[in-house]
Design a protein around this ligand. Structure first.
Ligand code: UDX
Ligand code: UDX
Length: 463
């Protein structure tokens, strides 16, 4: 099938950027991104491209080029489904918060709603592509729904997981390490795979486009994220050992990373990984393993999460014990709230959990993040349901600039590795703080020697 019209359901961190790049690179394909959230769609359509709802370096320029030409954002879901030959499902699949699998399994209610809607609306044959990360064999469920509730048209289900990382989404989409497409082994399945290969082949070289069966593709996404998260937990576990032994985690990471079998990426010790994917996908993997009775496999991967929780907890504990075992009524400045630099995404950010711990100790948390709004911070804390929203609002304040956030603070905690933090006037910050002035660098970001010379008590992860 030659693709001339694509619909994507879900205008989030994955659907938005991915479709923008497809539209940019395939000017002959009409790409419509739909979402139930009309405010989000309105923001994608904002005349000023700098107001699009997702901050990603380079994305605004891509949207500017393609929007209105062959890239459209709309709330008319039925119409977009009806017109498209290829439909991406990019809705969110959060961890279940209720019922069987609560706290572990992926919640597939949005996926099922999409499948039912596609079945109801479609009058012509469609290729349905799972872009969202899903448990293995979800394609089977989608196919079942489509075939049993559809209007007799043919559906092919493909799995095409997205490997982009936030903050580098545009780069990752333009130059992916690989594009993975899983489909049925039947002739129709292979034809559907080819249609999607042809879309990507507009800018990705063929040797980087891998095709597999559906189950391998679905599982590979979970495994890739599990391996990446495992590396972070592995290095973080060693950071604690470094602190006890006098070794330095950055030196250790460098030494092992130069072994080409290990490789140097994803060896940065930190306050703990965040983001919408790592925890959710590992929990999902653990749940799947358990459901097949593979308890040793499940326990092995669960340890990655346990270590990450421990890393966050011990960071907040270190702040409290260092500040003479009490932070009550003390102003603790946070630099960074996003889960990593160059994104406004805060999902599962370590900062949320550190703030929650410190507020339990009645600290006054004062946050500056270059891209995150105050309302989002309060929303994130409220989501934990540790205390009433009024109390979160009382204990957490945010500032328009870093200098006000740090003024009169007892300590600063670096939670996100934003580059600009390195270039602040640290002497000015030091002079405005209470003494002794502490910096807890949860990202090993700053120049420790310089800070110590200024007079700071500078504490890092893993040394
Ligand atoms: C993605 C993937 O799809 C998810 O599986 C992966 O593990 C993480 O990244 P993401 O794009 O980050 O999700 O999610 P989000 O930014 O929440 O966007 C999802 C969008 O889908 C939202 O804008 C939501 O309004 C929309 N949606 C959800 C619908 O349009 N219809 C629905 O039925 C449900
Ligand atoms: C991840 C995967 O990298 C991506 O392929 C997948 O599609 C979605 O999930 P993302 O969550 O956007 O992407 O960011 P990533 O760069 O992987 O970082 C995840 C978390 O790990 C961040 O909190 C980051 O700060 C942390 N991290 C990463 C470390 O603490 N140390 C490292 O060395 C690398």
């Amino acid at each position: 099938m030659k693709i001339t019209n694509i619909c994507c359901i879900g205008a989030g961190y994955v659907g938005g950027p991915t479709m923008a790049i497809i539209a940019q690179k395939c000017p002959n394909i009409k790409v419509t991104v739909v979402d139930l959230n009309s405010e989000r769609i309105a923001n994608w359509n904002d005349e000023n491209v700098n107001n699009i709802p997702i901050f990603e370096p380079g994305l605004a320029e891509v949207v500017k080029e393609a929007r209105g030409r062959n890239l459209f954002f709309s709330t008319e879901v039925d119409k977009a489904i009806d017109e498209a030959q290829l439909i991406f499902i990019s809705v969110n699949t959060p961890t279940k918060t209720y019922g069987t699998g609560k706290g572990m399994a992926a919640d597939l209610k949005y996926i099922e709603l999409c499948a039912r809607q596609i079945a109801r609306v479609s009058k012509t044959d469609k290729i349905v592509v799972e872009k969202s990360t899903l448990p293995v064999r979800t394609a089977e469920a989608i196919k079942n729904i489509l075939d049993n509730t559809g209007n007799g048209v043919q559906f092919q289900i493909l799995s095409n997981p997205e490997f982009l990382a936030e903050g580098t989404a545009v780069e990752d989409l333009l130059m992916p390490d690989r594009v993975l497409i899983g489909g049925d082994t039947t002739l129709e399945g292979q034809k559907a795979i080819q249609s999607l290969v042809d879309v990507y082949a507009n800018w990705v070289s063929k040797d980087r486009i891998l095709t597999t069966n559906v189950w391998s593709s679905e599982l590979s996404k979970l495994v890739a994220n599990a391996f990446l998260a495992q590396r972070v937990s592995s290095i973080n576990s060693m950071s604690e050992l470094c602190e006890k032994t006098g070794a330095n985690i950055s030196e250790v990471a460098r030494a092992i990373g130069m072994d080409s079998r290990i490789g140097s990426k994803f060896l940065k010790a930190s306050v703990g990984f965040g983001g919408s994917c790592f925890q959710k996908d590992i929990l999902n993997l653990v749940y799947i393993a358990k459901s097949f009775g593979l308890n040793e496999v499940a326990d092995y991967w669960e340890q990655v999460i346990i270590m990450n929780d421990h890393q966050k907890k011990r960071f907040s504990k270190k702040i409290v014990t260092t500040l003479y075992n009490t932070v009550a009524d003390k102003k603790i400045a946070f630099l960074g709230w996003a889960f990593k630099k160059d994104t406004n995404d805060t999902r599962e950010s370590a900062a949320i959990y550190i703030a929650d711990d410190l507020i339990n100790e009645h600290a006054k948390v004062a946050v500056f993040d270059p891209k995150v709004e105050h309302e989002q911070m309060i929303y994130d804390l409220d989501y934990l349901e540790t205390r009433k929203s009024d109390l979160n609002k009382k204990y957490l304040s945010s500032f328009e600039n870093p200098y006000s956030a740090c003024e009169n603070a007892h300590a600063i905690a670096i939670l996100t590795e934003w580059d600009e933090f390195k270039n602040y006037d640290w002497e000015k910050i030091y002079n405005s703080m209470l003494k002794p002035a502490f910096v807890f660098d949860g990202r090993n970001l700053l120049d420790g020697e310089k800070l110590k010379q200024i007079g700071f008590q500078y504490l890092t992860i893993g040394s």
